[in-house]
Write a protein that binds this ligand. Structure first.
Ligand SMILES: Nc1ncnc2c1ncn2[C@@H]1O[C@H](COP(=O)(O)OP(=O)(O)O)[C@@H](O)[C@H]1O
Ligand SMILES: [Mg+2]
Length: 366
């Protein structure tokens, strides 16, 4: 099997593989100065994220839909000596943006530490290959570098997901890395110094605040960029449409008529319940406990498409997305059920052109 065939077989290619063509075109036509070891100039990284057209006509697809300034500040931060903290509610593309930034800047989005309550120091610093350690004592060969250590040595971007879920003492091992740009290795009487090009992107969830509040010492090493929820219905519809298209192609689902209408309806329901008011501003609605993020809207529509493709009549219909919407809205079986019923009866029942959606929603609640 050739490596391109292998790439076609993996379930989810890394950004630098999935968008290798775009990245190569950008690199070839990018004449602006690049920071040390960056594959692209900051300007070209922004174009990669936000989309655009190159002088030779190559189209760069937008990865992130949102304010340009946010993306510019994020990229600029990575060219300074401060690290980048992407903050936001779940589903605001923090992980997504972090992956694409690392892919565009270092050509490698895989130097990743997944933060959990169980993340140990070895995941952030280094561990040991015990067979080697016992046989030959501590040596560079016996050392197992963490993704952060490898990024430091190679001058690349490291990624730490869900930083605030990591226990405070483990978080603190990042302070030296980020302030001194070195990682001491006392067992070897040595250290690894970061080379130019190294930096770190961390993501953290707004809702996790208080779980493991970042220490102020660590916080000072970061420039914080908050990723907002999509500002308008149209923007959110665009994001969902784009991602559903990509995911559908990856799953080899056909494009179905009805898709555009159902996407708009799912996003409308999510936004109204999230905002606590209908889009026309006339009716207040109660807010359910779940987040109802853009990411969830994407899953609901993709699942609906799969249902329609395998068991439907070739058109995406309300019945195929309603169950997903209900599942996303009703997290607490008691409280959310009440919120949902009120919304269905109070808002959807009377809405022009939504009779099929209303019926599908009602059938589910019975
Ligand atoms: N503003 C946006 N632009 C592009 N994609 C978005 C946007 N908001 C959400 N998404 C999509 O939502 C999905 C989930 O985002 P993710 O990065 O996992 O969220 P987070 O890490 O913030 O919880 C991704 O597939 C991403 O494409
Ligand atoms: Mg995430």
């Amino acid at each position: 099997m050739t490596s391109t065939e292998m790439t076609a077989e993996v379930l989810r290619a890394h950004a630098e593989e999935a968008f290798a063509g775009e990245l190569a075109a950008l690199a070839a036509q990018d004449e602006r100065p690049r920071p040390a070891r960056w594959r692209l100039s900051p300007w070209a990284v922004a174009t990669y994220l936000l989309g655009g057209e190159l002088p030779d006509g190559t189209v760069i697809t937008p990865k992130y839909v949102g304010p340009r300034r946010i993306v510019e500040v994020a990229i600029t931060t990575l060219a300074t000596d401060r690290a980048l903290l992407l903050l936001g509610v779940p589903g605001t593309a923090k992980t997504w943006v972090s992956e694409h930034l690392a892919a565009a800047i270092s050509g490698d989005s895989t130097l990743l530490v997944q933060g959990t309550a169980g993340t140990a120091e070895e995941a952030v610093r280094y561990g040991w290959n015990y067979a080697q350690l016992l046989a030959n004592g501590p040596s560079r060969e016996a050392l197992v570098p963490s993704p952060v250590l490898r990024a430091m040595a190679d001058g690349k971007i490291a990624r730490v997901e869900e930083l605030t879920r990591i226990p405070a003492d483990v978080q603190d091992s990042l302070i030296t890395v980020l302030s001194e740009k070195t990682l001491p290795i006392p067992e070897l009487n040595g250290e690894t110094q970061a080379v130019r090009g190294f930096n770190l992107i961390a993501t953290a969830n707004d809702r996790d605040r208080g779980v493991n509040e970042l220490s102020s010492a660590l916080r000072r090493r970061f420039n914080t960029v908050v990723l907002p929820l999509p500002a308008t219905l149209d923007e959110e519809v665009e994001i969902v449409t784009r991602r559903v298209g990509q995911l559908g192609r990856a799953l080899e689902l056909p494009e179905l008529p009805g898709g555009a209408q159902e996407i708009r309806r799912v996003v409308t329901v999510f936004r109204e319940l999230r905002d606590g008011v209908t889009t026309d501003g006339r009716t207040k609605v109660k807010t359910p406990t779940g987040t109802l993020s853009t990411a969830e809207a994407i899953s609901v529509v993709t699942a609906g498409l799969a249902l329609a493709a395998h068991f439907g009549d070739g058109v995406l219909r309300a019945g195929e997305v309603a169950a997903g919407v209900l599942g996303a809205v009703v997290r607490d079986p008691v409280a959310d059920q009440v919120v949902w019923r009120e919304y269905v009866e109070g808002v959807l029942r009377e809405r022009d052109g939504w009779q099929d959606f209303y019926r599908a929603a009602r059938e589910l609640s019975e």
